[in-house]
Every structure is written in C-alpha cells, then in structure tokens.
Design a protein around this ligand. Sequence first.
Ligand code: KIV
Length: 271
Amino acid sequence: MTKDNRPRKLTTLSIRERKQSKEKIAALTAYDYVTAKLLDASGVDIILVGDSLSNVFQGNTTTLPVTIDEMIYHTKAVQKGVQRALLVTDMPFLSYQVTVEDAVRNCGRVMKETQADAVKLEGGTAIIDVIKRVTDIGIPVMGHLGLTPQSINVFGTYKVRGTDADEQKRIIDDAQRLEEAGVFSLVLEKIPADLAKQVTGRVSIPTIGIGAGPDCDGQILVINDMLGLSEEFRPRFIRRYAELGKTIRDCVTQYVKDVRTAAFPDKNESY
Ligand code: KIV
C-alpha cells in the first residue's frame, strides 16, 4: 500500500522480478471498467485488454477485424478500473506488421491515449526490428508465441502448436530473440507443457502460459472463458471457475416470468 492507502502499482520491473522470486504471475483479460475493477481488487497482477475482445465482445470468429480505435476505446475504460495491476493492451492485426515506423506511431498512439503500461505484440523473428525500436523509444513490449491467433489463416487450425521438432526449435529460438530484442515478458499460447518448460528455463524474462502447462512463470485466461460466459467454448486448458452463462440465463428467465405475472415490482419495490 502507498501512503494514501492505495495499492502499490505493479510495473514491468516488478513483473520481471517475479522470475527470480518465483512468485507466480496471475493474469486475466478484461474489456470494460466494471470487470477491470473487480479483477484489480481481487489481486490479479496483469490485466490484458486482449484483442480476444474481437471474439468474446464483438462476436467475430477471429481476432483480425478489431481496430486500433476499438482497442483504445476498451483500454481507456479498463484503465479507469485499475489501481494495482499492470495494464497491458494488445496491438491489433496490421497495426505493427507493415513498417517499423508504422508500428512506432501506432504503439505510441495507444500508449498516449490509453495510459496502458505496455503493449503486447504477436510473433517472433518477423517482428524483432519492431520490438527493438518500440522498446528503444520507451514502450514496454510483452511478446506472444505459440498459437498466435492473428496468424490463424496461416495455421488453418486452433490446434496445439510446437508439436514437431522444427516448430519447437523455432519457438525456443524466437523466445530467445524476443528476450534479446527487449520484451519484458512472454505469453506462450497452446504449446506442449514440456516445450513451455524448456522455453521458461532458457529465458530470464517471465513466461505467462495459456494452455502451456504448469511450468510457466504465470498463467493467463480470457475472463469470459474462466467465468463460463463462453458457454460452447470448452478447450481443456480452460478451468471454469463459474457458470455465469447459466446463472445469467436463469436470472433473466425468472425476471421475464416475474414481469409477465406482475410479480415484479412488488409494494416494497415501488414508491
Ligand atoms: O487476446 C488475448 O486475450 C490474448 C490472451 C489469450 C493471451 O492474447
């Protein structure tokens, strides 16, 4: 806590230090103010405004359609709910892959307009120059390897990545190159637990797994998935801590019934 009784804000440095202290990093996504406030008050270390909002908020089938303006809109809302957690926001598809100059301008704009603490960029070797330049000008970058959803049209499947020796080697090499380029942490998505363990052992930045087994330095889940709001989406790596989809449907069904039967509002709920 600080002198004025606010929780001490986590920084990219305090997140990096978790590698040595071995205190696991708990991360979740959020897309709105209310959820961000609840997560922050519950002790989540990193809140990511993921471009997964394209799927779980906007109803798209991939993360590709989401725009920089939309990421900024959601990140500004989330930022208002965050006191302690490190706030990271995803740079959307095509906002950092065209030229280094483009990437610097877009990452800079997102940092300026949202007050996020860092950005997350997907990919390895192909974006090393971008990461170097963006970190050089003072913008912390979280990396993301493995199943990188912005490349779904190249993969053609959401299956586990890094199952053959070539891709395993590429992921390990990319992780080391990302560290050299300056990322402060690295998301590993949907890769075998053994491979995630190897990557985690070879880099001195924290790895944050999603579907990457227990040996990463931290874990992240999409909030809608872990609360059971994405009812049909049930891959094995998601632990569902609630069934809020069912809870909401039950509440709304009861409300509709109460209105139709004039059971709501009653005398105490009226003036
Ligand atoms: O967009 C997202 O929510 C993510 C996490 C799944 C890591 O990238």
